[in-house]
Ligand binder design. Sequence first.
Ligand SMILES: Nc1nc2c(ncn2[C@@H]2O[C@H](COP(=O)(O)OP(=O)(O)OP(=O)(O)O)[C@@H](O)[C@H]2O)c(=O)[nH]1
Ligand SMILES: [Mg+2]
Length: 438
Amino acid sequence: MSTPYQEALGQTLIERTHRERIVIVGVTLPGMTDDETEESMDELAMLVDTAGADVVARLVQRRDAPDHTWYVGKGKAQELKEVCLTVDADTVVFDNELTPAQQYNLEKMLGRTALDRTAVILDIFAQNAHTLEGKAQVELALLRYRLPRLRRGISGNLSQQAGGIGTRGPGETKLEVDRRRIMRRVTKLEADLRALQGTRHLQRKSRSKSGLGNVVIVGYTNAGKSTLLNRLTNAGVLTENRLFATLDPTTRRLAMPGGETVLITDTVGFVRNLPHGLVEAFKSTLEVAAEAELLVHVVNSAAANPEAQIDAVRVVLEEIGADTVPELLVFNKSDLDPVTAERLVEDHHGSVAVSAITGDGIETFLRTLGDRVRSLTVVHELLIPYERGDVLASVHREGEVVSTVTEDSGVRVRARLSDASAGRLAEFITTAQSSSPG
Ligand SMILES: Nc1nc2c(ncn2[C@@H]2O[C@H](COP(=O)(O)OP(=O)(O)OP(=O)(O)O)[C@@H](O)[C@H]2O)c(=O)[nH]1
Ligand SMILES: [Mg+2]
């Protein structure tokens, strides 16, 4: 049985006759710099472009707090109206999150659809979802976003005929008529997703039984995660210069130079201010990161602000409980800006620089990856004399200590160590043995 939302998602495939003309609006709040606002606006412009619309004007304002009624001040709202008329805009998109009331007020005053960043991201996800699970996750996120906005019958009314961002989904009247049905649909989707998640757990179990290390690629959207996986394994994953090209995880075997084989998974990208409802809905997909033994965190070293992207990714990792998984930072796109890539590697101990496109640095990356994976699976036993507190400290710092026992001649420590650390501490190592990771 096809639901209104499934039909709606189908609509995304229909080519639009006219590209929407969009004015983007950003507000700098206390604690933010103007540069940060500009960066975020650039990214919003890219999101809008990825969604298939054109940015025709942009407006920014600095405020102490958002205005209750229009988010921007009254004067700025007037200016926005004039700009919309001048450039013949269909829609305005705010970089900041609008409340349902602000959205309603803006639409009434501007006579145009008013949306926020979340709506654009949801739209892109709706266009990119292909699997059963991905579609269900997007539908759930859309429903959760729209439900609080139903009462007033807003969000997309005005350009419903033309179609565009924020309109994919059933007509608002249909939604109003059957609110309860939607609630039931939400419940059903949640149950479906739980079932799909169960299947995924079984798959993962059989994977971990295979005894292979489980490596997951994470990173900001467009960082080059899929390109890296393709470079390593000829996975044939779609790569595109657009945001959120990948929504469904792909897993491949990867044989490393040292002889080990790991399973490596490409996942959905993250972005600043990823809508919470979306993270919630995509939890089962994102969970693969939480269950990994090692995260390969791919960073676009040529991005305007790579450090901010690293932070944004770590915020999401924390939200999905993956912040305790060991991480290998990989600064990609080193071909574009080799100097910055080199500096980033120096700033981040243990990281590597690569170009997934040219293949530069890939060998070093594989060696490092092999070392890190081995360090997770080999437990070394060391006997450290009491007077060598410095050695004990560095084992704690560099490795993962499994157990310590005090003996007459010193402390007997069992620890997972990288090859590099094990090499340096060779004189204290008594035995090494494989252990099942985790
Ligand atoms: N110059 C250069 N471009 C790269 C490199 N790696 C990837 N790209 C380009 O960056 C864009 C994004 O690459 P993807 O592999 O799709 O990025 P992703 O991280 O998988 O992105 P999402 O799936 O959308 O989150 C594509 O246009 C790639 O060709 C690189 O090392 N150098
Ligand atoms: Mg991808």
